[in-house]
Structure formats: structure tokens, C-alpha cells
Write a protein that binds this ligand. Sequence first.
Ligand code: ADE
Length: 365
Amino acid sequence: MKREGSGAPALFPPPPGEAVTSLLAWYRANARVLPWRTEITPYRVWVSEIMLQQTRVEAVKPYFQRFLEAFPDIPSLAGAEDVRLLKLWEGLGYYSRARNLKKAACVLTERYGGELPADVAELRKLPGIGSYTAGAIASIAFGIPAPAVDGNVLRVLARLTGCFADVRDPKTRLSAEATALQMCPPETPGDFTQAMIELGALVCVPNRDAKCGECPFRPWCVAARDGLTDRLPVRSANAPRRVEQRTVLLLREGDVYLLRRRPPKGLLAGLYELPNVEGTLDREQAIAFARENGFQPLRTEPLPPAKHIFTHVEWHMTGWSMTGYFADGGEGVSRILARREELSDVYAIPSAFSAYLGEIRAGKA
Ligand code: ADE
């Protein structure tokens, strides 16, 4: 099959229309009941799609409900206090998603009357909205035929059409979007988008676990026909993660702990953290670091090592727990004295520190 106009063979040759009919019938019979599906509004679709990036459906559900209770509409999100917003996001990770939601809500309130625009190109101008999210909002919330191709949909299309192109190559993604748009039925674009997502989540799952016997695309699927399911999609390898040694300090006077605010740019930007520094500090070095942070230790105990994996870096952590008293010095505005309960109720502290926060909760530090 040829791509229209270009003369080059399509990377993902679209299947016949019956395949899409079969997919939609399967979706109507098998779609999960999910909070963002039972009541569809542009705002709910937007928030859910942002939360669902890099996060599993089951993990998102409670966050989605709490977020909508706290910020029921775009103007309330635009006026959100950062501390509250980040606290509601705590545990979901990739906090720039939350910050971009608020930034976009401010733009929408100032320039679009507090509503999301029903237009793919306008949606794409908003912070945090890329090609996939714009297509998902346009198709699901506004019924506009638009492709929404994420990693799961790429897997479905690569297998269905037997495509061996590297799915990390932007050209491959563009080709997949062209095919998804060709397949998208003009009467029900939202159902088509959600059906492709649902198929990738429930049936056309990664590796050898695909449930080809249950698949509505089975009669047209090149990978199932040729036994290629576990070889598709093709994805070039990730760059290896950098390993960083870090030392984390729990500095306590009574039930008050020292926190810091991270700089506004870079890894975990703007979040709160337990004081930490690159390298593996021994007892003497850790005590010196505590003093530089405006803390005079009286007792110092080692804590168990911990590990945290980010996308591009891995932290291998050494911990020290110190009791003593807060002295002058430290790092000015980025230094915060937080009561024990505020560590869980007020400040958003990234899960990289959960092992050490667990020590505090367990009364061991
Ligand atoms: N993953 C991304 N978007 C989704 C949606 N609308 N429903 C379920 N899972 C999803």
C-alpha cells in the first residue's frame, strides 16, 4: 500500500474499515469503567491524560478524584497555591506535569475565557500538551478526528501492520499518526482513541503476554499471523542510567526536622527535600555538612542504605540521622523547619526520599 501523495510505502499500512468496526464493537463490550470516562468534560479529559502519562490507571484513580475535588475547574487550578498543588501530586512523580497544568490553566484563564480550545493546533501551544495529549483531548472531549498515538498505541499499530521501524524515531511516530488519523471514524473519534488505548492496555500488552485470542484485530494482524508479536514494536535501547552516590541527612530537634527547597530548575525542581549532597559521607563529613546547613548535632546514627531510580539517573543513598539543635547559618530561604506531621501533610517530598521518611514514620529517626 502507498502513502497518499508521497509514493513511498506507508510504514503502517492502514487495515480495512472492518478492522475498525471490530475494534469499536470490542471496546463497547469491554471498556473499563473509569472516572474520566463516566463524565466526559474537556477539563477532566485533560487532567486525566496528563496524570496517565507515565502512570498506571489504578494509581491515577484516587489522585484524579482528589485533584478534581480540590480544583474543580480551570480558574481554580490557575489560582492554586504551589504547595497545595504539589502536595496533591506527591507520589505521582514527574512533577513538571503538575506545574505545566497550572501554567496552562493560567494561560486558558487569561486568554481563552477559562476553557480549553476545541482545536488541535491551539491545544498544542499550551504548556505540557504535546501531540498525543492534544489528539486525545480533541478526539475524546470535542469529537474532532485527531490521532492520539502514545507508546501503547504505537505497539498496537506496529503489530497490526508488521512495522519494524524504530518507534523512538520521530518519523515513525508521524507515520503512525497519519495511519491513526486515516483509521479514525469521523462519527466517533473519541471512542476510537479510547479503544486503541484500551486495546494496548488490556490485550495487545508488551512482550510475550499479548492475548491475541481475544483481539478484535486478530484477522488483520500481521504480527499474530507471522508469529512476530514478541518482536514488535522495535525500540532502540535507552542510554544507560548514570549512577550517583548521595548522602541524605535527617536533622532533628525535638519533633522538628530540617527540609530544603530544591532550586526552581533541574531534577525535582521546586520540591522539598531532606538535606542531601552528592557523594558518600562518613560520620565526620556528615557532621561537617550538618553544621554547614545550620545544625549542631549531639547524636549521630547511621541509617540503612537506599536506592531510587529516576528516568536518567539512579541515586544510591547513604543516610545519617542526627539529633541536636538548629543553629544560625544554612541556606536562607531554601531552609525550612517542619514539624513531623507537616512532612506528610504539608510538604511534597519526592518519593526518592521515601525510605528515609519511612524511618521517621517508624520512629527510628
Ligand atoms: N491511558 C492514557 N489515556 C487513557 C485513557 N483515556 N483511559 C485509560 N488509559 C489511558
